[in-house]
Design a protein around this ligand. Sequence first.
Ligand SMILES: NC(=O)c1ccc[n+]([C@@H]2O[C@H](COP(=O)([O-])OP(=O)(O)OC[C@H]3O[C@@H](n4cnc5c(N)ncnc54)[C@H](O)[C@@H]3O)[C@@H](O)[C@H]2O)c1
Length: 284
Amino acid sequence: MIRKLCVIGAGTMGAGIAQVAAENGINVVIRDVETAFVERGIGTIRNFIGKKLEKGKISQDVHDQIVGRVRGTTSPEEGFAGVDMVVEAVFESLELKQKIFAEADRLCKPSVILSSNTSTMSITKIASATSHPERVIGTHFFSPVPVMRLVEVIRGEKTTEAVVSSAVEFCKTIGKTAILCKDVPGFIVNRFLCLLYNEAANQIHQGMATAQDIDLGLKLGSNHPMGPVEIMDLAGVDVVYNALKALHEMTGEERYRPSPLFAEMVRENRLGRKTGRGFYTYEA
Ligand SMILES: NC(=O)c1ccc[n+]([C@@H]2O[C@H](COP(=O)([O-])OP(=O)(O)OC[C@H]3O[C@@H](n4cnc5c(N)ncnc54)[C@H](O)[C@@H]3O)[C@@H](O)[C@H]2O)c1
């Protein structure tokens, strides 16, 4: 059972993972490289929980308990002290992740589960930086973490059955549903999503359909809550482009070759909502 968790990386995903863990009774230490980053992550959590209190969704008591379960640090030793599990959510770089896993492997006792939130990296490759690859696993959360219900649990080549079961149990404890994935590029969900986004961009690029019609088509004809083009603008056209490039490179499969429209849009800084213009145009 996971009672104490260390989350490495206090960014978008790390703060979200720390929040859902704390909300479900787990003590969390968030570690980042600078105190300002740690504080920003903890600030995001306090903000979310504070809104729940304001809206009357939780009592002052529950609010204080959740907030009290989250601590921050920049020290590896302090971050790992007494934890049952480590979830890494730093930048998507194999070199950085391997460095962090090697350090966690050195500083944590062998029973501690070491997990990565990577979207694209091989868990087996990350685990190869440790001397206990059997305790390394992938737990791929979706953004925004407090809202999205799924976690993809990825078994590396040497991950033990016991570690897989503990990770699935951990997901259940924090209110998520786990699905088991092979250590293949894009795991399960992103392999589908990237195809959908690429098809939408190709249809627009080739003049086969408008962004509006694609979004309406999938919302009304297939009950998607949001259209794929709207989602690309929200996530960032550059982010989707990079994900496709990575999948194409890793799989070598033609179907993941990014539509030429992505490179064009990135060149023109049409990155979606964040730059005011993507597939759609947004008011300032
Ligand atoms: N953002 C998403 O939608 C999403 C979804 C699923 C998975 N992911 C994956 O989650 C991971 C994190 O993504 P994010 O969007 O939260 O990134 P982010 O840029 O918001 O946050 C990363 C954080 O890691 C910190 N960091 C960097 N090096 C560190 C180190 N050595 N020690 C401690 N902290 C360090 C950074 O300072 C930063 O605060 C990536 O692997 C990404 O691929 C992201």
